[in-house]
Write a protein that binds this ligand. Structure first.
Ligand code: CS2
Length: 504
């Protein structure tokens, strides 16, 4: 017999051990539109919002938007947006059904519905987790104006595909209607993420202004510069988000549905740890997140740097060195004594690049990270973290390497992570499955690989392609260090590279 589905109708009948929304979901109004409704959002921001809704702040329900695939909408719409959050560690698993997602939209199916949600006066905050590559930055850091999706969105402002296109069009419509702008809250792992998105969106809006000025169909907008409006009147607080969220597997789905007694097509797995630090700049109002563990601050920079450089930097190291050493999950890679020792040394190299006067406790932080990476109940796949290295390494690894080199020190461990990324890319289709992980630079990387270049030629070409250390005077020193590691990885694998660092 097929089980019934998790939904408003079945949620109150779940086993008592599962926490469920106790507030009246029909009384919740949408106040937040979230772009990028993947597992991370559902294990993090949506949970804090669920807490606020349960406390009676009923104006902040979430409209979830996928910019690409219909998968999440197809899984959750039949469940009235409900899904199970499974918090797992060696002590067991606790289940909670989250009710904060009121509806789901798929941008390619219906861009008009997404624009309608964004222009709804009740929408006062737009949050984003669209992954690093969806910000469409060129190698120099500015907007990639030649990207086909940007070209498309400039030519078709009312049928956008990108986050930039949706934000610009909806902010233009709100201004035309006299509706105050929403606050844009970036929740991706980018440095100064709010300021970065602000800068990119102003660039996009300037291109759009220029385009509309020359197009008779949009004469109405001629006098009003959207770029200026976004630059002056829209708030883009930065935020640091942190929770480890491995991709859900079919085994997870079966186990959770068994525990619930009803089917949940897309439960989300996560760890007990959860952190959100947000710059407090919300002119249109916000939920009282601070009541539920969110830290509201004036400057999120130090927290962001510590997280990107210590957590995410180590994650990338574990992913690439783990893959090259045959470890499928973070906990197994981290239990490998050589990788463990390497990560300690990587932290020691990166920590001096963090602000010394911001009250960061890096000893406590790294001890906590070591515990989190050892969580055997998560089975966080190294291949998942390995995706999009060209977009992730600049803020996780290259930025620290540049600062160490500026201080006159050779960042031997940081540069090994870059070499391990290159070697792991080269291993695909050989010792690793062909598409074990992917990268926006895959076509160019495959072309490089087919030329069988020396380690130094490869490192130089990869730095050029990815724009690593582009404006750094001592870029060549970093390239040579990466090349030396890459040569050893090619010859002797991770053991060879570790031996040169005195790691057994
Ligand atoms: C990971 C992050 O996949 C990755 O690149 O490093 O998703 C990481 O798990 C989160 O940032 C943790 O907050």
């Amino acid at each position: 017999m097929t089980k019934s589905r998790l939904s408003n109708a079945t949620v109150q009948g779940l086993p008592a051990a599962t926490a469920v929304p106790l507030y009246d979901r029909t009384g919740v109004a949408p106040g937040i539109v979230h772009l990028g409704i993947g597992a991370f959002h559902r294990a993090h921001q949506a949970v804090y919002v669920d807490d606020c809704l349960a406390a009676g702040e009923t104006d902040w329900g979430i409209v979830g938007v996928s910019l690409r695939s219909a998968d999440t909408r197809d899984a959750l719409a039949p469940q009235d947006g409900l899904y199970t959050l499974a918090v797992r560690d060696s002590g067991g698993e606790s289940l909670r059904v989250i009710g904060s997602i009121l509806s789901l939209l798929v941008a390619p199916d219906n861009p008009g519905a997404v624009l309608a949600a964004l222009t709804d006066p009740r929408t006062r905050i737009v949050t984003l987790t669209i992954t690093e590559k969806a910000y469409l930055r060129a190698v120099g850091g500015g907007l990639d104006a030649a990207h086909p999706d940007i070209v498309h969105d400039l030519a078709n402002p009312q049928m956008p595909k990108t986050a930039h296109g949706f934000l610009a069009e909806s902010l233009a419509r709100r201004r035309a209607a006299g509706t105050p702008p929403f606050t844009v809250l970036c929740c991706d792992n980018l440095p100064a993420n709010g300021a970065t998105l602000h800068r990119l969106l102003v660039e996009f809006a300037a291109l759009r202004d220029a385009r509309l000025t020359s197009d008779a169909r949009f004469a109405r907008e001629r006098d009003a510069s959207l770029a200026q409006h976004i630059a002056d009147e829209v708030a883009f607080p930065s935020s640091m988000v942190d929770r480890i969220v491995p991709a859900t597997t079919d085994t997870d789905r079966t186990r959770i549905s068994g525990l619930l007694g009803v089917d949940d097509a897309w439960p989300v797995m996560t760890e007990p740890f959860c952190q959100w630090v947000i710059e407090d700049d919300f002119p249109a109002g916000r939920p009282s997140w601070e009541r539920f563990g969110v830290t509201m601050v004036g400057d999120v920079g130090p927290f962001e740097d510590m997280k990107l450089r210590l957590l995410n930097g180590a994650h990338s190291a574990i992913a690439y060195l783990g893959l090259l050493s045959g470890h499928a999950t973070v906990d197994r890679a981290f239990a490998d004594p050589a990788i463990r020792q390497f990560v300690d040394r990587l932290w020691a190299e990166a920590i001096p690049t963090l602000p010394q006067d911001a009250g960061l406790d890096t000893t406590d932080y790294t001890a906590q990270l070591a515990q989190r990476f050892s969580n055997t109940a998560l089975a966080h796949r190294t291949a998942q973290i390995a995706n999009d290295g060209s977009q992730k390494l600049p803020q996780r690894i290259v930025a620290s390497a540049i600062e160490r080199a500026e201080a006159g020190l050779l960042p031997e461990h940081l540069t090994l992570v870059i070499a391990a990324w290159i070697a792991a890319c080269e291993a695909r289709g050989k010792t690793l499955p062909e598409n074990h992980f992917t990268d926006p630079l895959d076509a160019a990387l495959a072309a490089l690989d087919s030329r069988h270049l020396s380690a130094e030629e490869t490192a130089t070409a990869v730095f050029d392609l990815a724009g690593f250390a582009r404006d750094f005077a001592e870029r060549q020193t970093l390239i040579e260090a990466v090349a030396a590691h890459l040569e050893r990885l090619r010859q002797g694998g991770p053991a060879g590279a570790f031996a040169a660092l005195g790691i057994q």
